[in-house]
Each structure stands twice: as structure tokens, then as C-alpha cells.
Design a protein around this ligand. Structure first.
Ligand code: FAD
Ligand code: FES
Length: 270
């Protein structure tokens, strides 16, 4: 299995755009001084603390890349995300790319299913772009990409992220798309699959990913999960994000955050 890893850079990035996309969800575009082709789906950047009382940097998945900038999707849940959502044309300290990226480059499948819950959709936007481009260029032998995007309610969904024909939505309160949890939609769809080879990448609440991983294991479908743990250094040095996995202790920030689902001991995650 090929995992990409890059040398990390530290820079002062300018916030080029900051757009509200849904309730509490903002898309923040940040300038980047090096070639953004170095970013790989699954990788993240760390942003130096913005709130005076915060000590640790804040990690955010890379959701899209442009010529000399990239975007993150943030959900405002606290001091730093609140401040970030209000910034325009200001400079912030950024380091990245952090973590290992895309682990599925060498896999062959008929369909890639990207399953995101809430803000867990952020890294999957980048996966979708990269693998949809492969598909268009017909150079991979891979099939189409399908996105399953679940949220609590319609107002939490960002409708700008995916082409309408590649995404299926669910809302817990039934206000848009399939009513109920995204896992219910996933189960319904996977039960209809007979001979196609599916590969799954999922990101969202642990309870959601755990259930998806269990179903994939049962059906012999390769599944990759993008994990979040509280982080301190974000660079692999402090061991603060280490988690026991089946093959030993792993640092989520350095050895992940993308892992084969069968590696994960779910009860070990916070
Ligand atoms: C590898 C990785 C990638 C991430 N990618 C994204 C992303 O693309 N978009 C995004 O919006 N967020 C992402 N996060 C989470 C993001 O880093 C946190 O939301 C952010 O650090 C919160 O900072 P804050 O100061 O605003 O909130 P704080 O004031 O630090 O926290 C507010 C409340 O939220 C809780 N909280 C903090 N972090 C998390 C978390 N990771 N999960 C659940 N609850 C948390 C705290 O316990 C507290 O109760 C990612 C995290 C990791 C580890
Ligand atoms: S946060 Fe320091 S090793 Fe991962």
C-alpha cells in the first residue's frame, strides 16, 4: 500500500476568502507559497492558535487546492474556529502538509464510496476531486465516485461541495435527502451491490465510522477511516495523539490520519 508523506513547511498564509457555506460552516481559502500539488487527500494543516488563551495549534483537513492557495472547511465549535470564521485578508501561521495522505492510489475498484458525517465531509471533498479527475482522464481503471453526505438537518449541509449527480444526502430530522442517519442510507445502498468492487473512505463521528467499518468487514469491502484525536504538536514529536492500534501504537498526526479500518481498536479512541 502506498502512503504519501511530505516534508512539512511553515508559512504565513493570507486569508484570501472566507465564506459561510451552511449554519456554522465556513470555507476559508489560505495562500500557500509552494506548489499545492504536494497536498494529498487526507492530509491536514495546523493553524497556530488564534485565541490568546489557547496554546495548541488547531488541525484542519485540506478540502481543496488551487494554484497558489488551498481551502479548509471549518465548523465553528469554539474559540479558535469562531475567530477564524471572522477573519478576512489577515495573516495566520500555518504548517503542513501534515500526516500521510491518500492510501488508495494503488487500489483498483469499480466504485469509490466517500461517506462523510457532518464536518467529516471536509477531507472527502479533496478525495472526490482527485478521484473524479482520474475517472475523467480514464487512466486508472477505476470507476465512479459516489458521495454519501449526512448531517443533522438541511441547514447544516453545504450544497457547494459536490456535483449534484455524484452525491446522496441524508438528514437525521428528514428535512433533506434520505431521512435518518447516513449509516442507514449506506446499509440500504450496499445491500443492493452484487458484483461491483467497492472501496470506502469515511470520516465523521467515531460511532458512525465504527458502524461503517463493521459492515465493510462483514461484506469484505476495503474501508479506510480518517481519524481525529486531540493534538498538541501535530508533527509526530510529542506522542500526544498516540493511540493503540492492532499493529501497535500509532500517532494519528504522523502515521495517519487515514488508516485501514481493520487496524483500529475502536474502544481505544477518545
Ligand atoms: C486531523 C484533524 C483534522 C481536522 N479537520 C477538521 C476540519 O477539516 N474542519 C473542522 O472544522 N475541524 C477539523 N478538526 C477539528 C478541529 O481541529 C477542532 O474543531 C478545532 O481544533 C477546535 O478549536 P476551537 O478552539 O475552535 O475549539 P475549542 O475551544 O478547542 O473546543 C470547543 C469544544 O469542542 C470540542 N472539540 C475540540 N476539538 C474537537 C474535535 N476534534 N472533535 C470534537 N470535538 C472537539 C472541545 O472539547 C470543546 O468542548 C480536525 C481535527 C483533527 C485532529
Ligand atoms: S500531536 Fe504530537 S505526536 Fe501527534
Amino acid at each position: 500500500m502506498k502512503m504519501t508523506e511530505e516534508i512539512m513547511e511553515v508559512w504565513s498564509g493570507e486569508i484570501l476568502k472566507n465564506l459561510q457555506r451552511a449554519t456554522d460552516i465556513f470555507e476559508v481559502e489560505i495562500s500557500c507559497p509552494f506548489d499545492t500539488k504536494r497536498f494529498s487527500p487526507g492530509q491536514f494543516v495546523s493553524i497556530a492558535p488564534l485565541a490568546q488563551e489557547s496554546v495548541m495549534s488547531r488541525p484542519f483537513s485540506i478540502s481543496s487546492v488551487h494554484d497558489s492557495s488551498f481551502s479548509i472547511l471549518i465548523k465553528t465549535i469554539g474559540k479558535n474556529t469562531d475567530l477564524l470564521s471572522e477573519m478576512q485578508k489577515e495573516q495566520i501561521k500555518v504548517w503542513g502538509p501534515c500526516g500521510k495522505g491518500n492510501p488508495i492510489t494503488d487500489l483498483r475498484f469499480d466504485e469509490l464510496w466517500l461517506i462523510g458525517g457532518g464536518i467529516g465531509i471536509a477531507p472527502l471533498v479533496f478525495f472526490n476531486k482527485v478521484f473524479s479527475d482520474y475517472e475523467k482522464e480514464c487512466r486508472s481503471g477505476r470507476g465512479r465516485v459516489r458521495v454519501f453526505y449526512g448531517s443533522q438537518s438541511e441547514e447544516d449541509l453545504d450544497f457547494n461541495l459536490f456535483p449534484a449527480d455524484s452525491v446522496e444526502y441524508s438528514t437525521d430530522d428528514g428535512t433533506f435527502g434520505s431521512p435518518g442517519k447516513i449509516t442507514e442510507l449506506f446499509i440500504k445502498e450496499i445491500e443492493m451491490i452484487r458484483s461491483k468492487k467497492i472501496t470506502v473512505v469515511t470520516c465523521g463521528p467515531n460511532i458512525m465510522m465504527r458502524q461503517i467499518a463493521r459492515i465493510c468487514k462483514h461484506r469484505d469491502v476495503p474501508c479506510f477511516v480518517i481519524l481525529e484525536q486531540p493534538m498538541a504538536c501535530g508533527t509526530g514529536i510529542c506522542l500526544g495523539c498516540s493511540v493503540k492500534m492492532k499493529s501497535g501504537m500509532k500517532r494519528i498526526c504522523k502515521d495517519g490520519p487515514v488508516f485501514p479500518a481493520e487496524e483500529v481498536i475502536w474502544d481505544e479512541l477518545t
